[in-house]
Design a protein around this ligand. Structure first.
Ligand SMILES: *[C@@H]1O[C@H](CO)[C@@H](O)[C@H](O)[C@H]1NC(C)=O
Ligand SMILES: *[C@@H]1O[C@H](CO)[C@@H](O)[C@H](O)[C@H]1NC(C)=O
Ligand SMILES: *[C@@H]1O[C@H](CO)[C@@H](O)[C@H](O)[C@H]1NC(C)=O
Ligand SMILES: *[C@@H]1O[C@H](CO)[C@@H](O)[C@H](O)[C@H]1NC(C)=O
Ligand SMILES: *[C@@H]1O[C@H](CO)[C@@H](O)[C@H](O)[C@H]1NC(C)=O
Length: 420
């Protein structure tokens, strides 16, 4: 997925308009229809004679099954204002709008439905169980529609599914665990829906390349397994995740390039292990309740371009090493309770197109637009010492007193991890 590395994708990740026009009534009706369909697995009787005719016309059993699935989907639509499925008639499913066929992986002389692309079709409805019959489907794009209800468990039957994008819909329920059984899935995008409950730990043990869960209502914490992830992009922004950022995150050092945890309810210290993420270009933990000081070890994030620590409860100083990171394009520490910053930080702003934001901190007269002394006093006089708190702290940090050893020890630790 080459496009994954474009920063524009990430910007888009956080910028769906959430103005989906599906009334509560429509949603309730549609959800009820999905329930009924799941209970009785009914097929409207007026389709039976058509099916017999189609059976004769479609010789290829793969396309016959796909025909069943696509018509079940069409029947499950409550509204199709752009007539997206208007031409979903007749036996030739490969000619249907949004359907793309390729020679089957199992028999090159048979066509198979490989892609269903309904992005921005603006249809309303639910996903029927029969969606699982699309066993040859590699790409399923349902982005920006008004699908509601749950994602049916039958999705686990999609043995070839590689890319699943159900973003910007009204899907509900817990994390769709059946997706964890889809063997080839690599790109998982369910952002901008109404999923709730915890993120299953198994998610990060699957070999996904990209995980977009932002703008849902996931609760509980970030599973410890996040360190096992092989993903290049993990976006958990705009959920209701609490607890600390697991120290294991540093173990994802080889692959993780962009992680965005903004706008959750994360607490505790920022783990020093996060500084192991040598390939991180985007590091965003803004909009949480992180405490303690900014780990000077973040100066090890050599590739970071966007570093956003704003809107937390950080105290202490902004380490000079962080402001001197070579790839930095945008650093924000605003809306914290920081009392000092290294001279390198102020020098960053406007230098070679880079931006630096430090407003709404506690640096008094030395910087513009700071918090008042009254606002600062309660937090600044009670700083959290991350070396003393547990959990969510850095006990045994720094590992030894001689600071010029740090970087050396650091790369040693990294190497041994790589060789494991
Ligand atoms: C929907 O599309 C079909 C096939 O293209 C067409 O026959 C039909 O008239 C269209 N319906 C509307 C309401 O535009
Ligand atoms: C491959 O598909 C062709 C055309 O449908 C069929 O005749 C042939 O029997 C299939 N081969 C196998 C091994 O299934
Ligand atoms: C975080 O939340 C604020 C306030 O609700 C919102 O303005 C901002 O756009 C959110 N940030 C992102 C990246 O979605
Ligand atoms: C830097 O980050 C801030 C806060 O996330 C954002 O508002 C701004 O657009 C970014 N600037 C650049 C140049 O990327
Ligand atoms: C710290 O380590 C460096 C490099 O190993 C060494 O040159 C220096 O003398 C040490 N300083 C102290 C105070 O031990």
């Amino acid at each position: 997925m080459d496009t994954l590395h474009l920063p524009t994708l990430l910007a888009a990740a956080l910028l769906f308009s959430s103005s989906l026009a599906l009334t509560f009534d429509e949603e309730a009706t549609t959800a009820r229809r999905q329930e009924l369909s799941f209970e009785h697995n009914h097929h409207p009787t007026d389709h039976v004679h058509i099916d017999i005719d189609i059976d004769i016309k479609i010789q290829n059993p793969r396309l016959l099954t796909a025909h069943k699935a696509l018509h079940a989907l069409k029947d499950a639509l409550y509204s199709d204002p752009n007539n997206f499925t208007g031409d979903w008639v007749g036996p030739d499913v490969c000619a249907y709008n949004g359907v793309f066929c390729v020679p089957s992986l199992h028999n090159a002389s048979e066509s198979a439905v490989a892609t269903l692309d309904m992005n921005a079709a603006d249809v309303a409805g639910y996903l029927p169980k029969e969606i699982g019959l699309l066993k040859d489907l590699a790409v399923l794009h349902l982005n920006s529609n008004r699908f509601c209800g749950v994602i049916p468990e039958e999705i686990r039957d999609m043995a070839e599914l590689y890319e699943f994008d159900a973003s910007n819909n009204r899907f509900v329920g817990p994390f769709p665990a059946a997706l964890l059984d889809v063997p080839k899935l690599s790109y998982l995008d369910i952002r901008f829906n109404d999923f709730d409950g915890p993120i299953p730990p198994e998610l990060f043990q699957r070999p996904y390349d990209a995980i977009f869960l932002n703008n849902n209502r996931f609760t509980s914490g970030i599973p410890e397994t996040i360190g096992k992830s092989k993903a290049t992009v993990i976006v958990l922004a705009n959920n209701e995740l609490g607890g600390c950022i697991p120290r294991s995150i540093g173990e994802a050092l080889e692959t993780l390039e962009q992680f965005v945890f903004t706008n959750n309810s994360l607490t505790g210290c920022l783990p020093v292990e996060a500084a192991h993420l040598m390939n991180a270009a985007v590091f965003d933990v803004s909009g949480n309740a992180l405490t303690g000081s900014i780990p000077p070890a973040l100066a090890g994030l050599y590739k970071v371009e966007q570093l956003d620590l704003s809107s937390n409860m950080f105290t202490g100083d902004v380490p000079g090493g962080v402001c001197q990171l070579p790839g930095l394009a945008n650093l924000s520490v605003s809306y914290n309770f920081l009392t000092r910053e290294a001279a390198e930080c102020g020098a960053l702003d406007g230098n070679m197109g880079r931006s630096f934001h430090d407003e709404a901190n506690c640096m008094g007269q030395s910087r513009p637009m700071q918090r008042t002394a009254d606002e600062c006093q309660p937090v600044v006089s009670n700083p959290v010492d991350c070396t003393k708190v547990e959990p969510c702290g850095w006990p045994n940090w720094p590992p030894e007193r001689n600071t010029s050893h740090h970087r050396h020890r650091f790369s040693q630790a990294t190497k041994s991890r790589e060789h494991e």
